[in-house]
Design a protein around this ligand. Structure first.
Ligand code: SF4
Length: 303
C-alpha cells in the first residue's frame, strides 16, 4: 500500500479504536511523523498513564511497552512488533540480581529503566539517564549500591558522584558502535559544533564530548543554546527528532552505524496491523507489576 494511504488508514483506525501512538526518539522517521507524542521511554510511559485514550500503541522496544503497562494497568498497551527487544535489558535477569543481593545484604538496587519488569520488581529505585545522578545521590552514604544493567551509565554516574557501586556488566551494543575516531572526524569536519553524547557510550567517547546527556536532555540543551551545529553521539533516529524540532540548526550523527536494529523493526504496516487486530498486547503479571511500580514511584519521588 502506498505510504500516504497507509498513514490515512492508521489515522482512521486510531480514531475508531480510541488509540494514541507513542514513539521513542530512536524510531524510524516515518513512525515519528505519525506519532502523537515523541519522547524517551519514561516520558512516554508517564504520558500513557495520563492519556484519556484506552489503547496505547507503543512504538519502541519491549521494556518500554512493559513500563507503560506497569504504570497503566487499566489500559491496553500494544507493541507493534513483539520481537523488538533490548539486548541491554536482556543482559540482566531477576534470578542473578536476587543472588547478588543475597551476597550483599542491606544493599540498595538502582536499576536503569532499560530493564525488564522482573528486574524492576527486585529494585529499590529505578532511574533514567536524566536522573541517575540525583537518584544515586539520594541513597544514604555508606550503603552498598548495586547498579545495572548498563556498566557505562553506571561508570559515568560513579565518576560524577564519587559513589562506589557494584556495576552490572551490561551495555548497549548500538552505543558501542560509536568510536573515538568518529568524534575526532566530526570535530574536524564541523569545528564549531557542540558534541553531545549519551551516557550509554563508552568512557573513551564521553571524555571527548562537550556534554553528556540523555535524549530529553539533548533537546533541552539545544533549546537553550545559541550554537548552530551539533554532533550527536547516540542512536541515529535522534537526528530526525532534533532536525524537525529545530529546523534552523544542523545536526550530524557521530556515525550512521549507531542504529538500533530492534528500534527499526517497527514499520507503518505493523502499526496499521496492530490497530486493526488490537495486538500484540503487552502485559505484566500483577504481582510483578505492583513491585516494579514501587521502584518507578520511588524514582519519581526523588526526581
Ligand atoms: S538503543 Fe541500545 S538501549 Fe536502546 S533499545 Fe536499542 S539496544 Fe536497547
Amino acid at each position: 500500500m502506498p505510504k500516504r494511504q497507509l498513514v490515512e488508514k492508521i489515522l482512521a483506525l486510531k480514531a475508531e479504536r480510541d488509540a494514541i501512538i507513542l514513539a521513542h526518539n530512536y524510531q524510524p522517521p516515518e513512525i515519528q511523523d505519525v506519532a502523537d507524542r515523541l519522547g524517551d521511554s519514561l516520558d512516554l510511559s508517564r504520558f500513557a498513564a495520563s492519556a484519556s485514550e484506552k489503547v496505547i500503541v507503543f512504538c519502541g522496544v519491549h521494556f518500554m511497552a512493559e513500563t507503560a503497562a506497569v504504570l497503566s494497568p487499566e489500559k491496553t498497551i500494544i507493541l507493534p512488533e513483539p520481537t523488538a527487544g533490548c539486548p541491554m535489558a536482556d543482559m540482566m535477569c531477576a534470578e542473578d540480581l536476587v543472588a547478588l543481593k543475597m551476597k550483599h545484604p542491606g544493599s540498595v538496587v538502582v536499576t536503569y529503566v532499560n530493564s525488564t519488569a522482573e528486574v524492576k520488581a527486585e529494585t529499590d529505585f529505578c532511574c533514567t539517564s536524566a536522573n541517575a545522578l540525583r537518584v544515586v545521590q539520594a541513597v544514604p552514604e555508606g550503603k552498598t549500591i548495586i547498579f545495572g544493567p548498563d556498566k557505562y551509565l553506571g561508570g559515568w554516574v560513579t565518576e560524577q558522584t564519587g559513589r562506589k557501586m557494584i556495576l552490572w556488566q551490561g551495555y548497549c551494543p548500538t552505543h558501542q558502535k560509536i568510536h573515538p575516531e568518529h568524534i575526532q572526524e566530526q570535530r574536524r569536519i564541523h569545528p564549531g559544533a557542540v558534541v553531545m553524547v549519551h551516557p550509554e557510550v563508552n568512557p573513551a567517547i564521553t571524555s571527548l564530548a562537550d556534554v553528556v546527556l540523555g535524549t530529553g536532555g539533548m533537546i533541552a540543551y539545544v533549546e537553550k543554546s545559541s550554537v548552530r551545529e551539533f554532533v550527536v553521539g547516540t542512536e541515529t533516529g535522534m537526528i530526525h527528532r532534533l532536525q524537525k524540532k529545530f529546523p534552523d540548526r544542523e545536526f550530524f550523527a557521530a556515525t550512521k552505524h549507531a542504529l538500533c536494529p530492534n528500534m527499526k523493526k517497527i514499520a507503518l504496516e505493523k502499526v496499521a496491523q496492530s490497530l486493526e487486530s488490537l495486538g500484540p498486547v503487552i502485559g505484566v503479571e500483577p504481582g510483578i507489576a505492583e513491585r516494579a511500580r514501587r521502584a518507578l514511584r520511588a524514582m519519581l519521588e526523588i526526581s
